[in-house]
Design a protein. Structure first.
Length: 318
């Protein structure tokens, strides 16, 4: 089993922060847009990286375990937002038509718009399980670049629903398999990358912003991702993993290790409740940072409560 990599926990912490900034304002949000859009692909890449077994193949056991875990997450957190929507707004979902409700349930979430990530990752794992167990193991890897390019076109195409481009087929599978590929060829890639990590990152950073500027210039939609979003995310992943022996502040590591998922899940809830308080309207240019911090504190509180009740249960049993 591969050892824990602290630098990846730091990357997960940053990605959790970026997710919050995607959904809530920051004064420089438009300027950093291509950077914060790496958040979700980075999570996918990290997940794919750890699906690989020591022999270099995709581990069926890890995929099976992931499916069970993600089914629990999808059911639990969709139920949580279903109840939250009803208590906060008086309705369960904004999608009144059954076809829209069905489409959201299959390709995202009808109760929490940000929960599409959980549904997508579950569907990716189901695809991987079928392909690895019953089809050629390299089948998805061979078609992943094509799927990604189709997704880029769909995201930029005027009038196309975001669900058609941002789903497990065109977004989830290519990103997760990018992580799988980087793990399978890690030794060769890192041997080349370590000596050039700053140059590579800066080049990809420049090209990503060049694409961002050109799209604005010719009025082509950037959407949730663009052509260089995944390469930029891969460069960030390799950059952080190249510091695998570096010691980072433990509070930063703990955000990525313990609280990144909770921040992802609860930040929308925290943000909605926060913006109902008129005082926080004054902080709108920085509200994304405030919501991230409050979501982090909420995650710490929930974990502490969980540990407290776990100890009580153990004491009762003894």
């Amino acid at each position: 089993m591969k050892k824990e990599i602290q630098s990846l926990y730091v990357l997960k912490a940053l990605s959790a922060f970026f997710v919050v900034l995607i959904h809530f304002p920051l004064f420089c949000q438009e300027l950093i847009f291509p950077i914060i859009r790496t958040a979700v692909p980075v999570f996918f890449i990290i997940s794919g990286y750890f699906l690989v077994a020591p022999d270099g193949s995709i581990s069926v056991d890890k995929v099976r375990y992931g499916i069970i875990k993600m089914i629990k997450y999808v059911l639990l957190y969709n139920l949580l937002y279903l109840v939250f929507n009803y208590l906060c707004y008086g309705y369960f979902t904004i999608y009144g038509e059954y076809k829209k409700l069905f489409a959201r349930a299959v390709l995202g979430s009808p109760f929490g718009y940000h929960l599409w990530y959980l549904t997508t990752y579950l569907e990716v794992l189901l695809c991987l399980y079928v392909v690895v167990k019953y089809v050629k193991r390299k089948f998805l890897l061979s078609i992943a670049p094509f799927l990604y390019l189709v997704g880029v076109v769909l995201m930029a195409w005027p009038g196309i629903s975001i669900l058609l481009g941002r789903n497990f087929v065109f977004w989830g599978i290519p990103c997760v398999l990018a992580g799988v590929y980087l793990r399978q060829h890690e030794q060769a890639i890192m041997h080349w990358f370590r000596l050039r990590r700053w140059k590579v990152l800066m080049v990809v950073f420049f090209l990503t912003y060049l694409e961002y500027a050109l799209r604005h210039w010719v009025s082509i939609n950037y959407g949730d991702y663009a052509l260089l979003t995944l390469p930029f995310s891969c460069a960030l992943f390799l950059f952080f993993i190249s510091f695998d022996k570096t010691v980072f502040p433990q509070w930063l590591v703990s955000i990525g290790k313990k609280y990144s998922l909770d921040i992802y899940i609860y930040h929308v809830m925290v943000g909605i409740l926060l913006l109902k308080v008129s005082f926080f309207e004054q902080l709108k240019p920085f509200i994304g940072v405030v919501i991230f911090l409050l979501s982090w504190f909420l995650s710490i509180f929930l974990h502490s409560g969980q540990r407290f009740f776990s100890r009580l249960v153990v004491k009762d049993k003894t």
